[in-house]
Design a protein around this ligand. Sequence first.
Ligand SMILES: NC(=O)c1ccc[n+]([C@@H]2O[C@H](COP(=O)([O-])OP(=O)(O)OC[C@H]3O[C@@H](n4cnc5c(N)ncnc54)[C@H](OP(=O)(O)O)[C@@H]3O)[C@@H](O)[C@H]2O)c1
Length: 340
Amino acid sequence: MDIQNHIKGKTVLITGGTGFLGRHLVKEFLKYNPQSIRVFSRDEVKHHHVQEQFMDDPRLRYLLGDIRDYKRLLRAMNGVDLVIHAAALKRIDMMEYNVEECINTNVNGVLNVVHACLERDVPKAIFVSTDKACSPINTYGASKFIGERIFTESNYSKGTKKTVFTAVRYGNVLESTGSVIPFFESKIKSNDPIPLTDARMTRFIISPQQAVELILDAIKYGIGGEVFVPKLPAFKIVDLIQILKGKHNANTGVKVIGIRPGEKIHELMINESEVPRTFSFRNRYVITSSIQQYQQNLLKPLYQQEGRLLTHQDMNEYGSYSEVRPQQEIKELFEEFQLL
Ligand SMILES: NC(=O)c1ccc[n+]([C@@H]2O[C@H](COP(=O)([O-])OP(=O)(O)OC[C@H]3O[C@@H](n4cnc5c(N)ncnc54)[C@H](OP(=O)(O)O)[C@@H]3O)[C@@H](O)[C@H]2O)c1
């Protein structure tokens, strides 16, 4: 079914709708003429900014609320056809020091969202996960891993309820809140040394639009219990620094500061144990359920006909280190994404 048919005339709830991804989603969804989009988050100032950005579009509703508050979610989900769950606490270092807060939002909040979807019999719900959930090594990643599992596996414990729970997993969006490009550029402008954690570090490149398209695919193709992962190019952080220095015609120094607590050298999207239950499907990988008896249900015609189940001969794991592109190609990509 065309994406238009999934959204046109429908009521959509976006938790974290005032955040970086949320605002991109609102903009995209409005193109498909939804009945209404409920933007759900806590801070009234962020709501106000969204209101200004979309010039009081009458299809938008601004719901102040906290995903920790189940009753609030229940009310927010009245009559909703599609839920995108993007709300989360996501600063890695903050989460290391505020573990309980992280659990309350990123784990208990997800449970609330799932229970409210089931109670309201919402047809489809998408969880926005992250590469940090794959073989997690920090509190944020572990909380998103649990959130992802709550979402995908709820698909199989829902009884007669109809909600299709599915997830997407992607890495850092370069221009999102707290991203590295503006940070490096500020150092270049003030001629302070650019802090580099590790010269080996690599990252995938994903634009906000590509993150949105991944979610649209999960809406279109999701049959429940899977995690959609985009196939993407990657770059070395040292190459990004060179590109930014070139842009500003600067010869700012680089200071190696060592890897930060909870940080990985490479982004990992699919780990070794997930590979054998992953389909290569068009420009996506689709990781199917970890519960073996349900995997059969997921080997549905779509992924079989248009995709192929991976083996360890194809890859041991899917990480940014294996997708690194030459510096010139990266520069062109950044320019194409208007990041430079
Ligand atoms: N940005 C990336 O590079 C990236 C990469 C992979 C995955 N993700 C995932 O994508 C999602 C969105 O990320 P983002 O970059 O858009 O983050 P963001 O800009 O920090 O936005 C987070 C949103 O969540 C809301 N929120 C936080 N706690 C909440 C709560 N308890 N109840 C209700 N709303 C709450 C925030 O608004 P209030 O603070 O006003 O409540 C805000 O609207 C997250 O789940 C993140 O894990 C992001």
